[in-house]
Design a binder for this molecule. Structure first.
Ligand code: AMP
Ligand code: MG
Length: 434
């Protein structure tokens, strides 16, 4: 469904559909900045599972058919899009980033119509939970304050039990969710991941990457990179992800206001103080991570110039985000023309002088190895293996999945998976909810 369709949904405005179960599969959300009533339109929550360690998971079917929230959608999913979620979510997991996981994709034998006929499939996914910012927006807008309180208490018990006995649990929840979101976006920036549709209904309170629709990985470094066909303004571009997380958290804060304080002004002041801390914390963590990609063990303020300088050269030169850091890590030149630039040699000299001179090389190298993946799901390979998979040949998919499950290891015999055909990304487009 495209965004336009979502906003003129089956139940217009803010109506709740008959039979809606508060808080189970209902949620609202801000999609591209506009508030709308949503809910799981093509997903069914089967239940919860406790693992051997007592950790609780949701198990959900995606693409299993219409629900009370389907609006004009068919509730189905294509085999292509469910395999795409499987591949990318597993890759994100193996890159060390919190995410929902994919247990299986099963063909339904049914045809799904998306402009033309496609094979249908159901994905079984697991998640820490499916509670999102949009769940709180739903409770705030369509339920009582007691319901909002019940949701908050449940969320704290499930995801942040350490906050239970604090003086202001709702405010503490806001802080804790903010910190997990900051960590998540910093992780995405580490590997060049673009979520693509960071609507508030796609932001997990547990801090997992959720809802793999138009997501993709950036190859050439450019903070304005967007692949989603509907993101014409670049709202969810690579370099905007922190701003959007910040915006989404402000929405989360406003949903929590009645629980933060009965005095509205006080509630707003307290929430504002938390939200205003976002940018500084994000920037610090982001620079720390970027310095780590450069092997800088104890980053100092002046190291920020090194990060900024490199990114600016990479952007001008359209350098591959993954390959440049790998080349630095391996202390060799990559094929990137960046390495021929006089300006870059100057940067390199500065980097080596300032940071490698006095440091034992090993810990610095170990840090780089942890932060610089050798393999990411390159867009054209993702499309190639999915194309083969929907035609019935799973071997290339399995091969790529195998590689992506060890992204920080060296795979010298499989370097082809890191090549990008010239011009491919310029015309590459991804789609929501196919
Ligand atoms: P997403 O972009 O995947 O986060 O989906 C946005 C909203 O559209 C959610 O409420 C989905 O449940 C709903 N949706 C997406 N695809 C379909 C579909 N084929 N049928 C019904 N609802 C859908
Ligand atoms: Mg969603």
């Amino acid at each position: 469904m495209n965004d336009k369709e979502n906003n003129v949904g089956y139940f217009s405005g803010n109506q709740i559909p008959d039979g809606a179960k508060p808080l189970a599969q209902a949620y609202a959300g801000h999609q591209f900045g506009h508030f709308t009533m949503l809910g799981d339109g093509r997903a069914i929550l089967l239940g919860e599972q406790l693992d051997a360690m007592g950790k609780r998971f949701d198990i959900q079917l995606k693409g299993s058919g219409q629900t009370p929230y389907s609006r004009r959608g068919d509730g189905r999913a294509t085999l292509y899009s469910m395999l795409r979620e499987y591949l990318i979510s597993e890759s994100i997991h193996h890159l060390g980033i919190p995410t929902t996981r994919s247990l299986s994709v099963v063909s339904t034998g049914e045809q799904v119509f998306r402009g033309e006929r496609h094979n249908g499939a159901v994905l079984t996914r697991t998640a820490d939970s499916h509670i999102r910012v949009g769940t709180f927006e739903y409770a705030r807008n369509f339920c009582s304050t007691e319901d909002l309180q019940a949701l908050t208490t449940y969320t704290i018990q499930r995801h942040y039990p350490e906050l239970t006995d604090t003086d202001n649990p709702a405010l503490e929840l806001l802080k804790a969710v903010m910190h997990r979101q900051i960590d998540l976006v910093v992780h995405w920036m580490q590997v060049g991941f673009i979520h693509g549709v960071m609507n508030t209904d796609n932001m997990s309170i547990a801090g997992e990457t959720i809802d793999y629709g138009p997501c993709a990985f950036m190859n050439s470094y450019n903070p304005r990179t967007v692949f989603s066909s509907i993101d014409t303004q670049g709202r969810y571009a690579f370099g905007n992800q922190s701003y959007i997380a910040h915006w989404n958290l402000a929405i989360f804060a406003s949903a929590l206001l009645p629980l933060i304080s009965e005095n509205q002004k006080k509630a707003v002041d307290l929430a504002k103080e938390v939200i205003e801390g976002f940018q500084q914390t994000f920037t610090e963590k982001w620079y720390n991570m970027m310095c780590g990609k450069l092997g800088i063990l104890n980053p100092k303020d002046k190291d920020k110039d090194l990060v900024d300088g490199l990114l600016s050269l990479m952007e001008t030169n359209r350098s591959d985000y993954t390959q440049v850091f790998l080349a630095l890590q391996q202390d060799k030149e990559s094929d990137e023309s960046l390495f021929d630039l006089a300006e870059f040699s100057g940067w390199m000299q500065k980097w080596k002088n300032e940071h490698l001179r006095d440091q034992g090389k090993t810990p610095s190298l170990e840090l780089m190895k942890k932060l610089n993946p050798r393999v990411i799901p390159r867009n054209h390979w993702v499309e190639d293996v999915l194309e083969a998979a929907v035609q019935g040949d799973m071997a290339p998919f399995d091969q790529l999945l195998g590689l992506l499950s060890k992204p920080y290891d060296n795979h010298p015999d499989q370097l082809q998976f890191q090549q990008i055909p010239a011009g491919f990304d310029a015309r590459y487009q991804t789609f929501c909810g196919t």
